[in-house]
Design a protein around this ligand. Structure first.
Ligand code: ADP
Ligand code: MG
Length: 400
């Protein structure tokens, strides 16, 4: 789960991190009211969307010369003007895809007189089984670009979760950023505060780009991008509160209500599978047969009729879907129960695209009988390869 920049900053501030003052706003009036509470005379109006690259982004509705999603304002009137131009419009950045994202929230914050921009991020590094801190003296720009062209400018420091944060980790970060004197001390303190926030909230990723040194010698968090481990959300109701559903794919939100793992993809074949490994294999074999999966969907071990119906509806809500492949292994869940679920769901949603079902496991013969006796045009398949061939053939038959 991702949160907005301003939410990440408010969270880090609770751990003592230095952030410029700012106020979130849902309307032009709120943006101006927020700015009035800031000292001025320099304000920054920032679009709050779950994507980076806002500064260099472009608004779809505005001309090519219009400013991006991070704008300086030198007066309250300019704050108002920027807020009016941004709210409700669609911002396209390198991270949003070409469709862009509608800007429904703004953050009005103190303008900082920047001396230098740095990069700092933390993430759970599965390879080392540790929390990795990634820092670079090259901040404010695309880190992938830095990693590509000047990898020597990126330093990774890992922390063993068993021993936790030690003072030498803070010193290593400050050293990698080439900071001296008081700024060096500030970096050590800030790194610990950010690490504490990261661990306490079960974050998966936290990126501060840029971390800045201001002309008056302060180290400040100027941008945050933060995401959380969804498996740990149950113990952080305060984090769940920060969820902004308008930023998420409606089908993915619907799927999460039924505890279905669903991710939309770009192909034509909708997939309904149990188990992530089997889902991956199913997607691979569809590709091997010349077509592409429209989604990843893992209905999980305890798939019942309700879940299967919800899964069908979610798959069919994608207009790109031209056929569905169901590939379910009945272990805990018996094949006849799954078959009943599929038939009931197919009837309920008025299935309009070819459906190939491959069942395997306990009571498989009974399951197949139920599918055949349903009167629905369901194509039964005997194994994974057969299933993929059949769904591709069915879809191609319709397209011919
Ligand atoms: P994004 O990464 O989405 O483009 P940022 O918050 O990183 O958005 O802003 C882009 C750039 O705008 C920063 O690298 C910085 O140079 C400038 N900027 C952002 N916030 C402020 C601020 N409060 N004061 C001064 N400059 C800022
Ligand atoms: Mg940034």
């Amino acid at each position: 789960m991702n949160i907005h920049e301003y939410q990440g900053k408010e969270l880090l501030a609770k751990f003592g991190a230095a952030i410029p003052a700012g106020y979130a706003a849902l309307s032009v009036e709120e943006a101006v009211a927020g700015a009035k509470q800031l000292p001025g005379p320099l304000y920054v109006v920032k679009a709050q969307i779950h994507a980076g690259g806002r500064g260099k982004g472009k608004f779809k509705e505005l001309g090519a010369d219009a400013k991006g999603g991070v704008r300086l304002a030198k007066s309250l009137a300019e704050v108002e003007e920027h807020a009016r131009e941004m709210l409700g419009n669609t911002l396209v950045t390198i991270q949003t895809g070409e469709h862009g994202k509608q800007v429904n929230r703004l953050y009005v914050t103190d303008g900082v007189d920047i001396a230098k921009e740095y990069y700092l991020s933390m993430l759970v590094d599965r390879k080392s089984g540790r929390i990795a801190i990634i820092v670079s003296t090259e901040g404010g720009i695309d880190i992938e670009e830095v990693a590509h062209s000047t990898p020597e400018k990126i330093t990774t420091i890992t922390i063993d979760p068993a021993t936790g944060f030690q003072p030498h980790h803070g010193r290593a970060v400050a050293f990698a950023l080439k900071l001296k004197g008081d700024l060096n001390k500030q970096a050590q303190i800030l790194t610990r505060q950010i690490f504490d926030a990261f661990v306490a909230k079960d974050a998966a990723m936290l990126e501060i780009n840029p971390l800045v040194e201001s002309k008056d010698g302060k180290l400040l968090v100027l941008d945050t991008k933060m995401s959380f481990d969804s498996n740990a959300l149950y113990r952080h109701p305060d984090v769940v509160e920060l969820r902004d559903e308008t930023e998420e794919d409606p089908a993915e939100i619907e799927a999460s209500k039924y505890d279905l793992a669903y991710i939309k993809l770009d192909g034509d074949i909708g997939c309904m599978v149990n188990g992530a490994g089997l889902a991956m294999a199913t997607m691979d074999i569809i590709k091997l047969n010349g077509m592409f999966p429209a989604n990843f969907l893992d209905v999980g071990g305890g798939a019942n009729k309700e879940k299967v119906t919800a899964a069908f509806k979610i798959i069919l809500s994608d207009p790109a879907v031209k056929g569905i492949l169901v590939n379910i292994f009945g272990g805990i869940m018996k094949c006849d129960i799954i078959a009943e679920g599929i038939v009931a769901a197919a009837k309920e949603v008025n299935l309009s695209v070819p459906l190939v079902v491959r069942l395997e496991g306990t009571n498989v013969d009974l399951g197949k009988q139920i599918l055949e006796g349903s009167g629905l045009p369901i194509v039964s398949a005997s194994d994974l390869g057969d299933a993929a061939k059949k769904i591709v053939a069915e879809v191609k038959k319709l397209q011919a």
